[in-house]
Design a protein around this ligand. Structure first.
Ligand SMILES: NC(=[NH2+])NCCC[C@H](N)C(=O)O
Length: 478
């Protein structure tokens, strides 16, 4: 077997210019902004919409599901913290896999990131649509016809609001209206404030009795609920894509990741407890725009629900924007490496943004948003994300062996137990996504491997520089 084509961490960092002053991107983000960026990418459809699915699966024991999903994320967050601090570049898991396990794995990870970013844009947009409906309903009493606000799987024809939010995000990204640090911070604070207010209102109506029976579906229900809950935590890894824009990435990226996971876990468990404690698991389970419904029930008016719906619409739109931005950026790194066509790295001289890449991403992922049911896209996104996360845990182990002297500002505790547990939890949640998702995922993986062999491997820039084994080459600054 030929040795894998590895891109050494020093070369990755040198190419990105991450340790140089005056490289392409500006270093503007401090710890607070990194945390806001994380909250921006994490908190959205998963808690505002997905909560009712997890509750339908697990009942009040959904709190356990949220904790289990958080534990999976914590192990993996340690891995991202170690690699994000040691290799501060913007390719995230794709770059870590390139350094730790080689080009073929990196390509497949990049391919799976299309599920974590692209397909999740579709899923998040479908969730947005529910709250737009709720908002219109409570503010102007208008209810969009189902034919135009849901895909065929959910009893409609086309989900227009979902397509619209993707188109709007594409326009903003093409024009170069990147979220400014201030807008990111404002939206993050708004999201947190809305959820904290929800918890406060929910707890005023808390009744113990609503929590019993605590686990009506037993362990199987908790497992299924955990997979559903996991979606709401995805996005903490996106903090590592800011490696080239953080003021002090080596110190702040690991801290920001861990702060975000801690904050979000506390908040999600509190939201779940407040919702179920107020009106009971049966009333929450499977209900569209569930958080607004709970507040309307507790306050006996539609004003509170309208405010929650407004918060959700803003929160979820910001996730669409952040995640689509992340997707175009990952495709840019893969394109620069020669692994996918160059159209994705082309930056328009007029707007300084990757116009073609952004429009392709928006066009492709608007399709599932328009026609697919939410749970189908969520499951695919979840399994793809878990696969990349398992690889990142393995990359930690590979890099500790291959590059023992790499400067690491953060080290996963209890190595190698933690990354191994990380892999185990990821595999367990992948297993829980069910047979249909596995079959779709297997087809997707095969397509990715075929593309690598037919295109990526032959066009790789790394291979052009070092036909033999890149690992033997001294990294050079470019
Ligand atoms: N790569 C991502 N950040 N994907 C978006 C994840 C979805 C987000 N956790 C939500 O609940 O809406």
């Amino acid at each position: 077997m030929p040795a894998p084509r590895i891109k050494p961490p020093a070369l990755l960092v040198a190419e990105s210019g991450a340790d140089r002053e005056g490289h392409g991107l500006k270093r503007t983000m401090g710890l607070f902004q990194l945390v806001c960026f994380g909250i921006g990418a994490i908190v959205g459809t998963g808690i505002f919409v997905g909560l009712s699915d997890s509750v339908a699966q697990a009942g009040p024991a959904v709190v356990v599901s949220f904790l289990l999903a958080a534990i999976t994320c914590v192990f993996t967050a340690f891995a991202f913290a170690e690699l994000g601090g040691a290799i501060p570049v913007s390719g995230s898991s794709y770059s870590f896999a390139y350094a730790g396990l080689g080009e073929g794995t990196a390509f497949v990870v990049g391919w799976c990131l299309l599920l974590e970013y692209g397909v999740s844009v579709s899923a998040v947009a479908v969730g947005w649509s529910q709250y737009v409906n709720e908002l219109l309903d409570s503010v102007v009493g208008l209810h969009l016809p189902t034919a135009l606000s849901a895909g065929p799987g959910d009893g409609g024809v086309v989900n227009l609001p979902a397509v619209i939010v993707i188109a709007l995000a594409a326009v903003l990204l093409v024009r170069g209206v990147r979220e400014s640090a201030r807008a990111t911070a404002a939206m993050a604070v708004l999201k947190l404030a809305v959820l904290v207010a929800f918890v406060a209102i929910g707890f005023t109506a808390f009744e113990d009795g609503n929590l019993t029976p605590f686990s009506p579906t037993g362990l199987a229900g908790i497992g299924a609920g955990t997979t559903a809950a996991f979606f709401s935590y995805i996005g903490f890894d996106a903090i590592t894509t800011a490696g080239e824009e953080a003021k002090n990435p080596r110190r702040d990226i690991p801290v920001a990741i861990l702060v975000c996971i801690g904050l979000v876990t506390l908040l999600y468990c509190a939201v779940a407890l407040a919702a179920i404690g107020a009106i009971g698991g049966d009333a929450v389970g499977g209900r569209p725009a569930a958080l607004s419904y709970v507040v309307n029930q507790v306050t006996g008016s539609t004003v509170g629900g309208g405010v929650i719906a407004f918060g959700a619409v803003v929160a979820i739109a910001s996730v669409v924007l952040a995640v689509m931005y992340g997707q175009t950026r990952i495709l840019m790194s893969m394109s620069r490496d020669g692994l996918i066509p160059r159209v994705f790295e082309k930056v328009s001289p007029k707007t300084s943004t990757p116009v073609a890449g952004t429009l392709i991403v928006a066009g492709v992922f608007a399709l599932p948003a328009a026609f697919a049911p939410l749970d189908a896209v969520v499951n695919l996104c979840t399994i793809g994300t878990l696969a990349t996360m398992a690889v990142v845990n393995i990359a930690v182990i590979a890099l500790r062996r291959r590059e023992p002297d790499l400067a690491r500002t953060f080290r996963v505790p209890l190595y190698p137990v933690t990354p191994l547990l990380g892999v185990g939890f990821c595999l367990y949640l992948m297993y829980e996504t069910g047979a249909t998702t596995w079959i779709q995922f297997a087809g997707f993986l095969l397509a990715g491997i075929a593309l690598y062999l037919l295109y990526g491997r032959r066009n790789s820039r790394l291979a052009a520089v070092t036909p033999a084994n890149a690992a033997e080459r001294e990294p050079q600054a470019v």
